[in-house]
Design a protein around this ligand. Structure first.
Ligand SMILES: [Zn+2]
Ligand SMILES: [Zn+2]
Length: 479
């Protein structure tokens, strides 16, 4: 009896000691109130980042538990594939598991504004998100259910062990710099170099939260020093839904109405993540020596495949770039051989003859025998009024399919800026479920804005066109 009792005490003493060490090492400092914004970030960094040694200890512990860890990383691979295509997710018939992480808890209140504690707001929003996500059919687990203290590594171990499909950490912000001025929403993701979906998730949540609340947009940013989103084995982000140091925003954040908007935005984002709309990025007129490779680099980095409607003459000049387009999995379509409206639209025969030249050059350079094509200027334009029906008939008979567009960067006009091209792209998309976006990989500003442009559409999955995609085609008004 005595021996058993003693062992019991020792175990208690050890676990208790461990808790104290963890609390001292990794709890956010109590004095978050009264630090400047930059310092608040540093405090957050040091509290939400674990010492390196501790990380490897935790990882060691995790890998000792063997199979569970192995299974988890397999799960992650499968899920990476799923996020590439919404279809894969549907086919797997798996209900995505969302891990919600309300920051802080217990003796760690997080930041404080008047008598409003961050930990309480975080939990209220998380519970609301859980309710909404369950209604939408998702599985949800939370790293804490009540006002309890949970260490950062416990949160991540929990998420990884449960093999969550997404990890969303919810926090509030603080700044002493200028309580009246500093306000708004920001979202963080960890940029690991391999695109696991975290970036898209963060951009998506940030965009939805701003659109639901009209709050100041402090944007979605990459940050490597936040422990939970860095160590989670799944796409992860950390949202700061507002500033408790700002009186107006603090009052909003404490209200059920505002919390509900934030929760709705987060739940919506999760749903878009798994059931995205579709966008087909299409690039005409290339390849160009100056720009096409830069476009390809960006697409590669983002793991996006697009469609290139090539000009035969340009392929003749840069066959190696055409080859690269094909090698990197993009769809190749035919635009024309010589981009001269008067010549190619002189007659249906002239069009077909020019097309045939382009087809041959593109085939020789890439080995790709494509059925996809795009009319220079679109199927109905100012030059082909007399002949377009005849051309369509001839081309359809040969088995070719033409693709017009329903959104455009308007980047073929001479006076543009990267910003105006993005605005055009966003405006012409009109929230459609299926978008065929026209762009030109021969235009410098298009290359310059492409990364930012893609970031505008986190609710879309970007796919290459294929013969199976029902084409967007112009119709004459009234027909
Ligand atoms: Zn926090
Ligand atoms: Zn063109």
């Amino acid at each position: 009896m005595a021996a058993v009792f003693l062992i019991g005490v020792m175990v208690f003493a050890i676990s208790c000691g461990a808790t104290i060490v963890m609390a001292r090492e990794w709890e956010p400092a109590a004095g978050r109130v009264g630090v400047r914004e930059e310092e608040a970030l540093t405090v957050a960094a040091s509290s939400e980042a674990l010492p390196r040694g501790a990380v490897s200890q935790i990882q060691g512990a995790a890998s000792e538990s063997g199979q569970a860890q192995g299974a988890a990383s397999e799960g992650v691979q499968a899920q990476g594939a799923a996020s590439e295509s919404g279809q894969a997710q549907d086919e797997a018939q798996q209900t995505p598991l969302i891990i919600l992480d309300p920051g802080h808890g217990g003796i760690d209140g997080g930041c404080v504004g008047e008598d409003i504690l961050e930990k309480d707001i975080n939990l209220e929003i998380a519970k609301n998100v859980r309710k909404k996500l369950r209604k939408l059919g998702y599985d949800v687990l939370m790293t804490r259910e009540g006002d309890e203290e949970v260490s950062l590594e416990e949160r991540v171990l929990f998420a990884n062990k449960k093999q969550g499909n997404l990890y969303i950490s919810i926090h509030q912000n603080f700044s002493e710099e200028d309580g009246a001025k500093v306000r708004g929403i920001e979202t963080y993701y960890c940029d690991t170099g391999k695109d696991d979906g975290s970036r898209r998730l963060a951009k998506l949540i940030q965009k939805q939260m701003i659109s639901y609340t009209q709050a100041n947009d402090r944007t979605a940013l990459a940050r490597e020093d936040l422990y939970v989103i860095r160590e989670a084995d799944m796409p992860a982000c950390l949202v700061e839904t507002g500033f408790l140091s700002n009186r107006k925003e603090r009052e909003l954040l404490a209200s059920r109405d505002y919390q509900d908007k934030l929760a709705e935005a987060i739940a919506d984002s999760v749903d878009y993540y798994f059931h995205p709309k579709t966008m087909y990025l299409t690039f005409d007129d290339g390849p160009s020596a100056e720009n096409t490779e830069a476009v390809l680099d960006i697409l590669k980095e983002r793991n996006i495949r697009a469609t290139f409607f090539l000009v035969g003459e340009n392929v003749e000049r840069h066959p190696e770039i055409a080859k690269r387009i094909a090698a990197e999995g993009h769809t190749i379509g035919i635009h024309c051989n010589r981009h001269e409206y008067e010549t190619i639209y002189g007659s249906a025969e002239a069009y077909v003859a020019d097309f045939e030249e382009a087809r041959q050059i593109i085939y020789e350079a890439t080995g790709v025998e494509t059925k996809l094509f795009r009319f220079p200027g679109g199927s109905i334009n100012a030059y082909d009024d007399e002949v377009y029906e005849e051309i369509i008939e001839a081309m359809t008979e040969k088995g070719y399919i033409y693709y017009d567009w329903n959104a455009s960067l308007e980047d073929a006009v001479t006076k543009s800026t990267p910003e105006s091209l993005i605005a055009n792209g966003v405006e012409s998309t009109l929230g459609r479920n299926k978008v065929v976006m026209l762009a030109h990989d021969v235009v410098r500003n298009t290359t310059l804005c492409l990364g930012d442009l893609i970031d505008q559409f986190p609710e879309y999955e970007m796919l290459p066109l294929s013969e199976e995609v029902e084409p967007v085609q112009f119709r004459r008004a009234g027909s």
